[in-house]
Design a protein around this ligand. Sequence first.
Ligand code: PGA
Length: 250
Amino acid sequence: MRRKIVAGNWKMNKNLSETTVLLEDLKKQEFKDEAVEVIVTPPFTNLSLAVTTLKDSKINVAAQNMHQNANGAFTGEISADMLKNTGVETVILGHSERRAYFGENDALLAEKVDTALKNNMEIIFCFGEELEDRKGGKHFEVVESQLKNGIFHVNDENWKHIVLAYEPVWAIGTGETASPEQAQEMHAFIRKTIKETFGENTAASVSILYGGSVKPANASEIFAKPDVDGGLIGGAALDAGNFSAIANSF
Ligand code: PGA
C-alpha cells in the first residue's frame, strides 16, 4: 500500500553521546499524523541504541547501507543478518554518496537489493541525476536506467518491500531544492515507468520519496504534489524540531 513516509538520513553524523541527545529530543516531538511513517537512520555504531531508545515510540530505525554478502572476509562491512539481529528491518540502498564516493554501481546495487529481499528487509532505494544530466536534458533517461538496472529485476510481490527515493544529486546538501513542479514531473515519470513494466496496481502502490534540501519551509509544497509520498531528509534530520516539522508537513 502507498504510505506517507519521512525518513531522516543522518549520514556520518552524531557520535554515541550526540545520538543519545537527538533520540531523546525526537521522542519529545509531536508527530501529528498517525498515517505518516517516521524513520531515522543513525550510523551503524548507534543503531542498537536507537532501536532500544525508540522501542515504544512511533519512530522506526533503518540503516544507511549494507553489504551484499551474507558474511565473510569483508573488512569493515555490515551484513543484513547483523542489521536484523540488531532489530533493524529497513535499509537505504543506492544513496548518491555511496554511488559517487564508494563506487556503488547499478549491478552492485541490484545484488544488494536481492540480499535485502532475501532477508525479508524493507528497502529505501535511492537514485537521481547529476547536474550535468539535467542541464543536458538527460535526467529522465538517467533515472530510467538507474531504475531498470538497479531494481527492476525484482518481481511484483517484492514491490511491497520497496520504497523509492528520487534524489537529484544537484539538490543534495546544496540548499538548492528541486521545485515542487520538478519533483512532481519526475515522480510522475517514475510511476509511469513502473506501470509500463509492472502494471497499474504496483505503480499506484509504491511510495516515492523526494530528497534534496527538504526543510520545514519547503516540505509542505513538495509533499502536496500528487506523486510525492514524503521525503528523505539529510541536514534537516539532525535537528529534532526541524525533522518533526517536516513530518508534520503533509
Ligand atoms: P539533504 O540530504 O537533505 O541534506 O539535501 C538528502 C539526502 O542526501 O538524503
